[in-house]
Each structure stands twice: as structure tokens, then as C-alpha cells.
Design a protein around this ligand. Structure first.
Ligand code: GSH
Length: 221
């Protein structure tokens, strides 16, 4: 397994989810090492001192430390569903929207999900900002059901785990929002075999032991 790229991952991390989605869809096999964030293995700390997940260590030693970098690396090697070439719009437009997700939306999401971590933060304003962004996504999805035209693409996969996290704060509240296209989009992604494939449960990896092969069923995407 040592000839495979090594993916340090954490099942519930939305950044790791998006990396696993792209790795699975590209059919790129890896050795997955499930990380416990409060007890990070030396292997991860050595490969990437900043040690956020996901991290992908390539067989030649190159280390990819950003989820989006991992997605683009995998898809540049093999992109059977054309995630880098959206039906409408450009890769640059998708990257700009992902940057919005990772910046202002993630900031608002964290304040809504973990208000205790942000004493003094204005949660009502954060919620209003998040809702405005989500309402715009709903409108964007109204035509084709995908963010950038006829088929799912990089932006859908990169943004979905964060919308899922926001929806999970309060499922009843989420269902009551006037965002039918966004709700359907989230349901479709959440129920997809591809997502199921990326959410398999693995035990915590320990230094000096082999990881597990990911994706477990090559080609199932
Ligand atoms: N910009 C990074 C962010 C990754 C990130 O923040 N991951 C979180 C888990 S969801 C993490 O590893 N946090 C470090 C920690 O909790 O110690 C990426 O896109 O990969």
C-alpha cells in the first residue's frame, strides 16, 4: 500500500469529505489514515506541521495540505464526470463561489453552530448572513438542480458538506425554510452512493500500522 498516496482524514470533517468525494469520483486509490483530532498521529504532524485534515502525501513526498488542492489534483488526473468543466460557467467562477463558502459562509456557520466558542459574537447577524447566502444558492439551483449547469461539478461537491453541516444544526428549522431547490440538492447529495462511499467508518489509525484502502470499492462512483 506504500505506493499509494496517503490521505490523513477525519470522517466528519467537511473539508475531508470534499477531498474524499473528489478522490472517489476520480477513482484515485489512497491509503486512508483516520485521524483523531485531539490526538493527532506523528505521521500527520511530520507530514504537515499545521496538521489540519485532510492532508494528502504523494508517493514522491509532495504534501497537499488544502482540501481544494487535493480535489483539483485528483480531478486533474482523472475527471470522468467533468467536475472541472461545468455545464455553464467556468472553473474560475466555481473557485470564486467555493472561496465564498470557505470564507464568509464558514465563518457564519461556525458562529451559528458553536456560539459558545464565540462569546460576544452576534449570532443573529451571522444567521442572517448565512441565510442570505443559502437563499442565493437556492435561486442558483432553480434551473438545472446543479450549481453550474447541466451536471454536478466541483462547486457542488466542495460546497455540499458545509450546507449539510448548516442544515444539521436544526433539521426542523431547515425543512421549514423556503429553499426547495437547495433542500432537494442537499437530499440528493446526502443520499447518493458516492457520498455513502466516502462516509464509511474506519477505526483510528495508529503510527506504524497500515491504513485502509480508499475508496474501498474502486469504480463505485
Ligand atoms: N483550509 C483547510 C481547512 C481544514 C480544517 O480546518 N480542518 C479541520 C477539521 S474539519 C482541522 O483539521 N482542524 C484542526 C484541529 O482541529 O486541530 C482545508 O481546506 O483543508
Amino acid at each position: 500500500m506504500s505506493a499509494l498516496p496517503v490521505l490523513y482524514s477525519f470522517r466528519r470533517c467537511p473539508y475531508a469529505m470534499r477531498a474524499r468525494l473528489a478522490l472517489a469520483v476520480s477513482g484515485q486509490a489512497c491509503e486512508l489514515r483516520e485521524v483523531v483530532l485531539r490526538d493527532k498521529p506523528h505521521g500527520l504532524l511530520q507530514a504537515s506541521p499545521k496538521s489540519t485534515v485532510p492532508v494528502l502525501v504523494l508517493p514522491g513526498g509532495q504534501v497537499l495540505e488544502q482540501s481544494l488542492e487535493i480535489m483539483r489534483w485528483a480531478l486533474q488526473r482523472h475527471d470522468p464526470l467533468h467536475w472541472l468543466n461545468p455545464g455553464v460557467g467556468t472553473l474560475e467562477a466555481m473557485l470564486a463561489q467555493i472561496a465564498d463558502c470557505d470564507g464568509p459562509f464558514k465563518q457564519a456557520l461556525d458562529r451559528c453552530k458553536y456560539p459558545q466558542r464565540y462569546p460576544g459574537a452576534d449570532v443573529a447577524t451571522a444567521r442572517a448572513q448565512a441565510c442570505a447566502w443559502l437563499a442565493a444558492l437556492d435561486a442558483q439551483l432553480a434551473g438545472s438542480g446543479h450549481l453550474f449547469g447541466r451536471h454536478p461539478a466541483l462547486a457542488d461537491a466542495a460546497i455540499f458538506p458545509f450546507v449539510r453541516q448548516f442544515a444539521g444544526i436544526d433539521a426542523a428549522w431547515w425543512s421549514a425554510q423556503p429553499w426547495p431547490h437547495l433542500q432537494r440538492w442537499l437530499e440528493r447529495w446526502s443520499a447518493s452512493p458516492l457520498f455513502a462511499q466516502t462516509m464509511e467508518k474506519y477505526g483510528a489509525w495508529k503510527d506504524g500500522t497500515p491504513g485502509v484502502r480508499f475508496p474501498a470499492t474502486p469504480g463505485a462512483a
